[in-house]
Design a protein around this ligand. Structure first.
Ligand SMILES: Nc1ncnc2c1ncn2[C@@H]1O[C@H](COP(=O)(O)OP(=O)(O)O)[C@@H](O)[C@H]1O
Ligand SMILES: [Mg+2]
Length: 345
């Protein structure tokens, strides 16, 4: 990335969902779905956000859009008149922000009303955002359908007349209808067959070029973002454990969790051997996360320190690029090579 304009600055973001019990609905604990996340999103990049199911990826996406109550931290978005914290916007400002930031979910049905034609579903945001003339809306929706490689006349059809891949294209068209800058794709291709996945990913890439979009691409499947993302953030139990360029992440994987995620990906090239480190057990409950490094009960490299002391996410410059990682063992190994965290310099 040459142009490093920061579009979104997430600082110390926490989203804790209260766990309520009994008739009095007393709060007995919290699900720490997002637990102190720091993240910059650069304009024009595709940032992959990966991790197993339940790691808090969707919660982070929804937190950015203020679709769930955020507990703490800030999320500054760059508007025409400068950075503003999305958490502190007025109702009107938030509506404006939601034009700029759109989300595409795994299940396009959630944004398409089965009782409405495609025109009916896509018209809604256009009316809301001020296109009063129906002819103009028809023209715009026709153009949007063409942009996602569907015939214009599909606008008169109903969602159930389409395949999963076509419905997802329509979901993308709906997101594009308000001319957003940032699109959060939350498992946008995860429900599709592999061949259809490839088509939709290609489409998303084309749209990104044409419209100079920025993507946060959320997926539990690292192989989906390998060729799509400029940078990848790996999330585990509400935290980012590793974040760097895709190239660096795949060629110089540091965190044991990322290594385990990577070893689950099938390799196309049989001449390349890969050491498989299967992930043992399930993701622990974010309501009661393990002490120290939350990955320690599943980590093949776990040492005593890992059980008690929580590693912090620190930035290193490795192979000429920024590489964030939070792991005691990795830190010690890097120190042995003379590589120190940027903050300590
Ligand atoms: N609205 C909610 N209320 C309570 N708990 C939630 C809510 N949404 C998500 N969670 C919990 O937060 C954790 C992270 O979920 P989620 O963000 O959906 O993870 P991912 O998208 O990575 O699969 C899970 O334990 C999930 O059960
Ligand atoms: Mg999710």
């Amino acid at each position: 990335m040459e142009n490093k304009e920061i579009l979104l600055k997430v600082r110390n973001a926490k989203t804790y969902f209260p766990i309520k019990k009994g008739v009095l609905k007393k709060t007995v604990g919290y699900v720490k779905a997002v637990d102190d996340i720091n993240l910059d999103v650069y304009r024009g990049e595709t940032l992959g956000l990966v991790g197993e199911s339940g790691c808090g990826k969707s919660s982070l996406g929804k937190s950015i859009l203020q679709l769930v109550p955020v507990t703490d931290g800030s999320m500054e978005y760059k508007f025409e008149d400068g950075y503003k914290d999305l958490r502190k916007l007025s109702r009107a400002e938030l509506d404006n922000a939601r034009k700029k930031i759109q989300i595409v979910f795994q299940d396009p049905n959630s944004s398409l009303n089965p009782a409405f034609t495609i025109f009916g579903s896509l018209e809604d945001p256009l009316i809301k955002f001020g296109i009063k003339d129906k002819k103009e809306r028809i023209e715009k929706i026709g153009k949007l359908l063409e942009d996602v490689n569907l015939p214009r006349d599909y606008m008169t059809r109903y969602p159930n007349e389409f395949s999963g891949g076509q419905r997802q294209r329509i979901g993308i068209a709906r997101a594009l209808s308000v001319d957003p800058e940032l699109i959060i794709c939350d498992e946008a291709v995860s429900a599709l067959d592999v061949s259809i996945q490839a088509q939709v990913l290609k489409l998303l890439n084309k749209l990104k070029e044409e419209r100079q979009l920025t993507y946060i691409f959320i997926t539990h499947d690292l192989s989906v973002v390998e060729f799509l993302a400029d940078r990848i953030a790996v999330m585990y139990l509400g935290r980012i454990v590793e974040l760097t360029t895709s190239e660096e992440l795949f060629s110089n994987t540091l965190h044991p969790y990322t290594k385990a995620l990577l070893s689950a990906i099938p390799i196309a090239d049989p001449t390349k051997k890969k050491k498989r480190i299967p992930l043992q057990g399930d993701v622990p409950s974010p309501a009661n996360p393990p002490s120290g490094c939350t990955f320690h009960p599943r980590c093949p490299d776990c040492a005593e320190q890992c059980k008690t002391e929580r590693p912090i996410l620190e930035e290193y410059i490795i192979n000429g690029v920024s590489h964030f990682v939070s792991c005691h063992k990795v830190k010690a190994e890097l120190a042995a090579k003379g590589i120190k965290p940027e903050a300590s310099k």
